[in-house]
Write a protein that binds this ligand. Sequence first.
Ligand code: GTP
Ligand code: MG
Length: 165
Amino acid sequence: MFQFKLVLLGEAAVGKSSLVLRFVKGQFQEFQESTIGAAFLTQSVCLDDVTVKFEIWDTAGQERYNSLAPMYYRGAQAAIVVYDITNADTLARAKAWVKELQRQASPNIVIALAGNKCDLASKRAVDDEEAAQYAEDNGLLFLETSAKGAINVNEIFIAIAKKLP
Ligand code: GTP
Ligand code: MG
C-alpha cells in the first residue's frame, strides 16, 4: 500500500471540487459550492497488485485564499492543476500555478494539467493541441476531463499513480 499527498490547484470555478467529488464519490453537483480554505478527502486506486491511496487537498481557487496554497502543496508528491476549456484566462492562471510549483514545491513532484469541462465542446476557448504542447514542453501529464460527464477523471489519477515512485 502506497500513500501519496496530492493537491489540486487552479482558478475558482474550474471544477477542482467537482473532479474530486467524481473521483471519490462518483457524483456530480450542478451547483457545487465554492470551496472555503481547502477540503481534505482520500481515495484509493488499485494498480496491478498494489493499492495507491491518495490524500487529496482540494484548495480554494478564489484569490483571497492564494496565500494558503503553499501549506497544501508543501510536501505533496503530486498535483493536478486545473483549467476550464471554456475560459482561456483559467489556462493562464494554471500556467502560473505550474511555475510556482516548479519553483517552490518538491523537486520531483508529479504534475498533471487537467483541461476540465470538456463536455462543453461548443463553448471551447482553449485549443487542446496548444495545451498538450505546453504540457509536453513543461513535463506535465495532460488530459482533458469532465467531472460532469465522468470523462478521464479516474484516468488522470491512475496516470499520476503510475508515474509516482
Ligand atoms: P473553487 O472551490 O471556488 O475554487 O471552485 P472549483 O474549482 O472547486 O469549482 P467547482 O467544482 O465548485 O465547480 C464550479 C462550477 O462548475 C459548478 O457549478 C460545477 O457544477 C461546474 N462544473 C464542474 N466541473 C464541470 C464539468 O466537467 N462540466 C460542466 N459542464 N460543469 C462543471
Ligand atoms: Mg472547490
